[in-house]
Design a protein around this ligand. Sequence first.
Ligand code: HEM
Length: 462
Amino acid sequence: MAMIGLFGVLIAFIFFLVFQCFFVCKKSHNVALLENWPFLGMLPGILFNLPRIFYWLSEVHEANDMTFAFKGPWFSGTDMLFTVDPRNINHMLSSNFPNYPKGPEFKKIFEILGDGIVAADMELWEDLRKSGHALFHHQNFLKLTVSSTTSKLKNDLVPLLDQAAEENIVIDLQDVFQRFMFDTASILMTGYDQMSLSIEMPEVEFSEAADFAEEALFYRHLKPVILWRLQNLISVGEEDENCFGVFQQYVCKDHINKKKRREEWREKRANYQRRRDTSSSALTWFFWLLSNHPQVMTKIRQEINTKFDPTDLDKLVYLHAALSESMRLYPPIPFNHKSPSKSEVLPSGHKVEAESKIVICIYALGRMRSVWVEDASEFKPEIWISENGGLKHEPSSKFLVFNAGPRTCLGKHIALLQMKMVAVEIIQNYDFMVVEGQKIKPFPSVLLRIKHGLKVTVSKNI
Ligand code: HEM
């Protein structure tokens, strides 16, 4: 009886704290965000701001000189240092790279990725990096990327957009881009076209599962490991077994039977398929920004009309600038994780303990006024154009969208090429109108996406 009574008092106390925090947070909106409450730490601030988590993180970084220590609930193991200070980024990702692996905690959270390159560290990562580099930079791979993208555009995307224009059908651009990238990635890695982008728009079980899994992976950062493991075990909340099950099933499904090569292909497929989401996210936000900045759309169209050469897309300087600017504001992968092997002091003066967690919010970095420009939240492709009319180079510690240092994205070139091909095809031939009344903002996930997609109507540009 005494135990039950004690437990009841404890529960009542926690509820009291949660409610108290909630009301204080509500009253003082931003200031209380970093309030460190007894027992609950800074969790209430983050929970209260979940619906606007990315904007909130940008504000808190700006207000705290780009680095702050987040304290999770007591004994939950969720303390972490947040930093977007380019000096720290350069230190961790480049100059002192060997001391900053992703760490065992990252591997636990992203266990779904298995031993793929994204979660690997040390020798395993070095091996995977070498083979990945050879694959993604092989001339034949690049040629195949161009030919599969061209045929997906002509055979599937164009007929779909034509039909949507003729029949005035509302389409979800985010879904369209996801299907486009899903099919081309599948052709590249397996030789098999999933045909998810066809006029019938068949249900794609894997895609929905991936969305849920990516959301669940975000929440794992805020929960004690024991809690999400338990949820996973009994399949409740974000840890619903369905999404992880389908995700894993797809990633491991065989299109080739030779046992010896199976593991190798599984690895490559897991990494490549996940990447399709990054390019589709980037394209979705890009077209959302264009719909709000018709003057940018006009300039890109003019550039395409005067300088377009299908064999040399690098001539489209303004298009490249607009894509970079869009990814500065909406980076497809919004977070990076590090965990020092040995404790040390970062260039900003913050001490980091061995095995502690460090999070770089790439979204917040792109919006820092002290790093970029005074109106850093504005979409201005011109900031990427140098005085001589060429592209301005920005250091990767500032423009971290494709990561920096030895772990720089291996598919950067391919991603930009594919995105430009899709953008040119659409901008040249179509106008589109965003359906009014949609809530367009990123939701909590490890991939920056719009919760209910981007619904648009399309018309032919003649
Ligand atoms: C707009 C599209 C893309 C963006 C913004 C992007 C961004 C990134 C980022 C931020 C990382 C570091 C991730 C981390 O360490 O946790 C990364 C790694 C990687 N990316 Fe990309 N990526 C894109 C497209 C692609 C594509 C299309 C491919 C494949 C063809 C690809 C292949 C890889 C690989 C293999 C790595 C792992 C590199 C390593 O750990 O050594 N990426 N990418």
